[in-house]
Design a protein around this ligand. Structure first.
Ligand code: Z5A
Length: 211
């Protein structure tokens, strides 16, 4: 049995990752591929618990290093208990965010050392790297409109990380661009403006070579 492929979605908030994750999961299923769809932070009971610790406001927000270590703890559990077993049995794994988010948010965004993140991340996920990463890019105004639409539809409000401010989000955007420049074979920049179906079509062109 050939090892499955590991595909990740990355980008800033509101770029449409979760929507595209669902569409890609369905499209791969139609190709007869066994697909496991997951998300970061999350995807196991422990990692989902860590997700709520990271997102909730309970009067003691994590300092930057604690935040990094919580994301990595959630990832270590997900990699060992979900991603590696799935890949080993030949399933494809599609994840909403993975290591690139840590470099972008905790590295470029928060300003933690990229070298330290690299060593700690390697330890957490044992060197696992995605076969393909789709970096969804939209204008800030598009992301803001999509977030507003979702907040209205779900009666929710922005969380701790979403409220980090414009400068943080600019560093984040540049960070993702830098990561894509460093690994152009793995990280594909996708224009995520337009309807979900239009974006899904663009994404599918990068999937075809893997099928
Ligand atoms: N984080 C970190 O700091 N370090 C790490 O290592 C990792 C993560 C792994 C996870 O939050 C947070 O953790 C995240 C990064 C940080 N920070 N924040 N903030 P999350 O999982 O709750 O959220 P997110 O990953 O940032 O994504 P999101 O805000 O949920 O958005 P999205 O997944 O990109 O978009 P969406 O949910 O698919 O779409 C948003 C809305 O737009 C929704 O109403 C859709 O119906 C609509 N939509 C989507 N596509 C379209 C198109 N094409 N047209 C029109 N409307 C659309």
């Amino acid at each position: 049995m050939a090892r499955g492929k590991f595909i990740t979605f990355e980008g800033g908030e509101g770029c449409g990752k979760s929507t595209q994750l669902g569409l890609l999961g369905e499209a791969l299923g139609k190709e007869g591929i066994d697909v496991v769809v997951t998300r970061e932070p999350g995807g196991t009971p422990l990692s989902e618990k860590i997700r709520s610790l990271l997102k909730d406001e309970f009067g003691d927000p994590p300092c930057d290093r604690a935040e990094l270590l919580l994301f990595l703890a959630a990832r270590a559990q997900l990699v060992r208990n979900v991603i590696l077993p799935a890949l080993d049995r030949g399933a494809w794994v599609v994840s909403d965010r993975f290591s690139d988010s840590t470099f972008a948010y905790q590295g470029y965004g928060r300003g933690l050392s990229l070298e330290a993140i690299s060593v700690a991340n390697e330890f957490a996920c044992g060197g696992l790297r995605p076969d393909l990463t789709l970096l969804l890019e939209v204008r800030p105004s598009t992301a803001a409109a999509r977030m507003r639409g979702r907040e209205a539809a779900t009666n929710s409000s922005a969380d701790r990380i979403e409220l980090a401010g414009d400068e943080f989000h600019l560093r984040l955007k540049r960070g993702f661009e830098k990561l894509a420049e460093l690994e152009p074979d793995r990280i594909k920049r996708v224009d995520a403006e337009g309807t979900p179906e239009e974006v899904a079509k663009r994404i599918w062109t990068y999937l075809k070579p893997l099928l």
